[in-house]
Design a protein around this ligand. Structure first.
Ligand code: NAP
Length: 664
């Protein structure tokens, strides 16, 4: 007895080989290139496969009779009891031509090879895709009934099955696995498709909302998800059972979940918020198809859809799975597996393993060179306020990644010290002294920078001033409002306006504004400061709409409290939890790598959500903190204080711990 496999180096193939190795007999694996041969060698080494059990056969799916040589055919003829045809293209994004050549013509070549080798049985691994988008229950004895086969993924899987049914001259069996995910115990998988496409979306929601906040989502059809270990255990068992030739087996979950439930199961596995309310996608079916298609083909709608899907790594064709109309009956499979102990585990029991493996290993964000180093290579980065606090920590972090930096602040000596440290850490630094609350100074700075360096790729508007003073204490201090606006808004705005044209000319750029969590939580005592930051946030949102198509990105970081000289005058902040400047610099580094529209802590986002949903509640919470926390001594000058500065009490510390990082 011997086995022959096409697609033996693939995900299902390798898992099947592991099962076949537990049986007697040599295993021959068709390999078409060095990559496949290396993959097989790696597998042999990893699994300590004894010499002679696993043999590479040179060939190619797209060649006649798989490109097998006369001598290979002569050696293997009559020896192969089981010929497993697993090779296929499962990529929704692959072109129709490639899918046709590999899936349909490749299956014809496999059928011919099985005949030439006089194989005992051809096991054709088809897919539930061969049913097309059939509406209703699809049984294992159904084939011709398949419908909506327009997408090449469906049509080529259907037609390759047809080749086996009509042209195979040796006994055959057909298997239709559902959407295969990783191993139910280890989560191990080597490709990202099916439900994995939605993991990024779940992760994004988790990044902005605490796990206990309920969300709203969609509900659709049943998604038939199966773990690879179930599929290959079942395949191995049924292939070796007598009397089942010419049958088809659905290797599917007998009790699948609807798409919305699937998202919730994975959301729970990923500690993300669950969708408490799910609207059935059928609700939208009242919109006539023509109207829907017309809306979807509007250039703006298309652009939004394309950008959003690209951002989340979801191929647009994957969306149709959300409203998958087919349910798969698998009674024949269950009958064949009876007594074997092999059964499909519930998704709820193994979703955590699948999620964990994806997040640790497969998440596209951790593969590829997404390092800070790669993102800033050959870029010129201008940091304002680089002589202290967050700006300085950011300069050091970037220097460790060999950045070329333009450091801007007023104090020459501090700038010189920062430059020295930047160079020590491996960066290049150019310093420019500039008072960013002075528009003429900014004009001079911009002109010099563009003249000397030709461009600025990344502008980090970080220099700022903060004033913590209640409005009651500011009645006769209009200049507080003017000064914060002058630096935090007009200074950053002027520099941005001066550099934007050159960014556009150079084919792109990135503006990162260090804003405040106070804008999201409407912090009392920070009206002047928060208003100036809010102005910059608002400008940035508008600018992003204008520059979206010319590759100039804008990121707003709603920074929580950071222990820097800026917050030093407020004594209460000495005993409240804050970020370190290095942690703040990490947020800036994330902004550079991911270019998101906004970075904020969960608490900041939650604050904004509470303000939007329950504005009165938010007001009461912030008012209580306003009453509990004192004005700092410096801010009381010239006005009778409404509250006196006291040593930080346990109550204050408890409240500040609860509102970690929020300006109080
Ligand atoms: P910091 O340690 O006080 O540093 C402020 C920097 O801005 C210094 O380098 C300072 O340098 C520069 N600067 C101030 N006025 C300037 C002017 N007129 N022209 C040029 N440069 C000027 O403050 P930080 O905590 O790092 O704050 C940095 C940014 O983060 C600010 O925009 C702040 O609003 C924001 N932020 C801070 C916190 C926090 O808790 N620390 C929280 C949220 C947001 P020179 O004095 O030499 O000019």
């Amino acid at each position: 007895m011997a086995y022959f496999l096409t697609g033996g180096t693939g995900f299902l193939g390798r898992n099947l080989i592991t099962r076949l190795l537990k049986r007697e007999g040599e295993i021959y694996v068709l390999c078409h290139d060095q990559i496949a041969r290396d993959a097989l060698t790696a597998y042999q080494e990893e699994h300590n496969v004894p010499e002679g059990r696993l043999t590479v056969i040179q060939g190619n799916l797209t060649e006649e009779c798989l490109g097998l040589t006369e001598s290979d055919i002569a050696t293997l003829r009559g020896k192969i009891s089981h010929f497993f045809h697993l090779a296929a293209i499962y990529d929704l994004k692959a072109t129709a031509e490639i899918q046709e050549a590999v899936n349909i013509a490749g299956t014809q070549n496999a059928v011919d090879a099985a005949a030439a080798l006089e194989a005992g049985c051809l096991h054709h691994i088809s897919s539930i895709a061969s049913a097309g988008l059939y509406e209703g229950h699809f049984r294992e004895d159904m084939f011709e009934e398949a419908e909506h086969l327009e997408h090449p993924y469906f049509s080529t899987k259907h037609l390759s099955e047809k080749v086996v049914r009509e042209k195979c001259t040796v006994p055959f069996r057909i298997y239709r696995p559902g959407m295969v995910v990783g191993d139910s115990k280890t989560g191990i998988a080597d490709r990202v498709d099916g439900p994995y496409y939605f993991f990024k979306l779940i992760q994004r929601i988790r990044e902005v909302l605490p796990a206990w906040v309920p969300t709203i989502g969609l509900e659709g059809g049943f998604l038939n998800i199966v773990p690879v270990d179930y599929v290959t255990d079942a395949l191995d068992h049924i292939a070796h059972k007598d009397g089942l030739d010419s049958n088809c087996f659905h290797l599917t979950d007998p009790k699948p979940y609807r798409s919305g439930e699937v998202l919730n199961i994975f959301a729970e596995a990923g500690h993300a918020p669950r969708m408490a309310v799910r609207f059935d996608t059928k609700l939208f079916s009242f919109i006539p198809n023509q109207v829907r298609n017309a809306i979807l083909s509007l250039p703006t709608v298309k652009q939004i859809a394309d950008v959003t899907l690209k951002d989340l790594g979801i191929p647009s064709s994957a969306l149709q799975f959300f409203s998958y109309p087919t349910e798969f009956d698998c009674r024949e499979t269950q009958k064949a597996l009876k007594g074997s102990g092999i059964e499909c585990p519930r998704l709820t029991s193994y979703a955590p393993a699948i999620w964990d493996y994806w997040e640790r290993t497969l998440d596209p964000q951790i593969s590829g060179d997404r390092s800070l180093n790669a993102r800033i290579k050959d870029k010129i980065i201008l940091i304002t306020g680089a002589s202290s606090g967050i700006g300085q920590a950011t300069a050091y972090k970037l220097a460790e990644n060999n950045a070329e930096l333009i450091l801007v602040a007023r104090d020459e000596e501090k700038l010189a010290n920062t430059k020295l440290e930047v160079e020590k850490r491996g960066g290049i630094a150019h310093t420019y002294q500039c008072d960013l609350s002075n528009i003429e100074d900014i004009e001079k700075l911009s002109a010099e920078v563009l003249e000397n360096h030709g461009k600025v790729d990344i502008l980090i508007n970080n220099a700022g001033r903060s004033i913590r003073r209640s409005i009651a204490n500011s009645i006769d201090r209009f200049h507080d409002f003017q000064r914060t606006m002058q630096l935090n808004y007009f200074g950053a705005l002027k520099l941005t306006l001066n550099l934007l044209p050159s960014m556009e000319e150079n084919g792109g750029g990135h503006v990162i504004n260090i804003s405040s969590i106070g804008v999201l939580t409407n912090a009392p005592r920070f009206s002047a400061y928060v208003a100036s930051k809010a102005a910059l946030d608002a400008f940035t949102r508008c600018a992003a709409s204008e520059y979206s198509d010319v590759n100039v990105n804008f990121t707003t970081i709603n920074m929580p409290l950071v222990k820097t000289p800026m917050i030093a005058p407020t004594k209460i902040y000495q005993s409240v939890p804050t970020l370190t400047p290095d942690e703040a610099a990490d947020m800036v580094a994330t902004a550079i790598i991911d270019k998101p529209k906004r970075i904020a802590t969960n608490l900041g986002i939650f604050g904004q959500l509470v303000h939007a949903l329950f504005p009165k509640l938010a007001e009461i919470i912030m008012n209580s903190s306003f009453r509990m926390f004192p004005d700092s001594k410096e801010s009381e000058q010239g006005k009778e204080a409404r509250s006196k500065e006291k040593a930080s009490s346990a109550e204050l510390i408890a409240l500040s711990a609860l509102l970690k990082g929020v300006h109080l």
